[in-house]
Unconditional design. Structure first.
Length: 91
């Protein structure tokens, strides 16, 4: 049992460390003014992918996980569609 606790603590420590590094990178980019606007078309595409993945997970694996994926997919779709005018125009 103690092995699982050590593994869990190790995974949590790694995730916290990654979160701190990401926060520092974002803070540095914002301070330098290099933060660009996100590509909202990618949000839409991710939503299109996550919505059916949620349906598959809901049917095959676990309804709670499936509902979470579906909710995230719907949120990403909404973000992408709300900012459709800011999509990158490829010519």
């Amino acid at each position: 049992m103690s092995e699982w606790i050590l593994i869990s603590i190790g995974i949590i420590a790694i995730l916290v460390l990654i979160g701190i590094v990401l926060a520092l990178v974002v803070f540095k980019k914002k301070k330098e003014g290099k933060m660009g606007e996100p590509n909202y078309q990618v949000f839409f595409n991710v939503g299109i992918i996550w919505l059916p993945v949620g349906v598959v997970f809901m049917i095959a694996v676990n309804p709670a996980i499936g509902i979470a994926f579906m909710a995230l997919g719907i949120m990403y779709l909404a973000i992408g569609l709300a900012n459709r005018d800011k999509w990158d125009k490829k010519k």
